[in-house]
Design a protein around this ligand. Structure first.
Ligand SMILES: Nc1ncnc2c1ncn2[C@@H]1O[C@H](COP(=O)(O)OP(=O)(O)OP(=O)(O)O)[C@@H](O)[C@H]1O
Ligand SMILES: [Mg+2]
Length: 303
């Protein structure tokens, strides 16, 4: 299904007349006003630290500009927990036509907003083209209000999950030294590469522990993933940093806050702050394509 077709589908059950055609054109024009630069946290395997990285980056970026967190873990989203908020609305309401993406936003701080993924709604993990078109359009409408859009992705390599990552300007793969996490990180990079070959993913290795031997060394982990990527995809991910395994992380989760906020002097917070700086510098040089627009284009490509 093409974007035009999807747009018509969710807009109105009646055939497009000249008024609706004009509205559609105006909406397309609105979507072309992109301001935010977007970054997706992705992993393949679950539980690698996507949400804790997203929360700390949001705090760091929120100090620099307006930041929107998009919880793309549809149906089982929990990005709101680390913002200590309880969203009244989420993508579930957007898909159910109860509100727009703009109306589904929750204010977390004066500079950070969030669109929740919704909780306990299984059908959200397999949205149809019409639902994705509605979300794409809604994101396209709001992203010009922000400097940063941070997408906290779901685990796995489903079409839907990869579509959100492929729609972003940059993708940060969050892995751990576990062999299963590294394998799934590669699997994610492979399917992402099939969608957007020009996108070179960034990499952060989480839960590094010096007690666990050289296999757990961040550079070693990064090299292993990079070697496979180079061999099979002719692509080398860019290593951006490492985060130590640190008790401060689960403690901050229990407090429903980011590590940089709850334990600013911890080793994990120092690493996350350094990562945020590195990411910010790199994002400043990344061309902005618009999450909404790219998600919509993805629908066209899948037609
Ligand atoms: N650096 C770390 N040190 C110690 N514990 C950590 C660290 N990073 C993550 N954890 C633990 O792992 C848990 C999972 O992290 P997080 O929720 O960020 O993963 P995720 O990738 O978002 O998971 P999901 O795929 O389920 O969305 C955290 O609640 C925390 O307990
Ligand atoms: Mg998560």
């Amino acid at each position: 299904m093409g974007w035009e077709q999807a747009l018509r589908l969710w807009r109105s059950p009646v055939a497009a007349d000249s008024t609706s055609a004009r509205v559609a054109a105006e909406r397309r024009a609105q979507m072309s006003v992109v301001r935010a630069v977007s970054l997706c946290m992705a992993s393949g395997k679950g539980g690698t630290g996507k949400s804790i990285v997203t929360a700390s980056l949001a705090d760091e970026f929120g100090a620099r500009g307006r930041t929107l967190i998009v919880d793309a873990d549809m149906g089982v989203g929990n990005a709101h927990i680390l913002q200590n908020t309880a969203p009244e609305r989420s993508f579930v309401d957007v898909v159910a036509h109860r509100c727009s993406v703009a109306q589904a936003r929750t204010v977390c701080t004066p500079t950070i907003d969030l669109v929740g993924g919704g909780s306990g709604v299984s059908q959200m993990s397999a949205l149809n083209a019409r639902d994705v078109a509605r979300i794409a359009h809604g994101l396209g409408e709001v992203e010009s209000e922000y400097d940063y859009v941070l997408v906290d992705s779901a685990a796995g390599i489903s079409d839907q999950t990869v579509s959100f990552a492929a729609a972003c300007d940059a993708v940060l793969i969050v892995t751990t030294p576990d062999v299963t996490a590294m394998t799934d990180a590669y699997a994610f990079i492979k399917v992402l590469h099939a969608r957007r070959a020009e996108l070179v993913p960034w990499l952060v290795v989480n839960r590094i522990s010096s007690d666990d031997g050289p296999e757990h060394d961040a550079q070693h982990v990064s090299e292993r993933i990079s070697r496979v990527c180079e061999k099979f995809l002719a692509l080398r991910p860019v290593m951006l940093g490492a985060i130590p395994d640190d008790r401060a992380v689960p403690r901050s989760v229990a407090q429903r806050r980011s590590v940089v906020q709850a334990a600013p002097h911890s080793n994990a917070a120092a690493a996350l702050t350094a990562l945020a700086r590195e990411v910010a510098v790199r994002l400043s040089g990344v061309p902005r394509g618009g999450v909404g627009r790219r998600l919509a284009r993805g629908l066209e490509a899948a037609e």
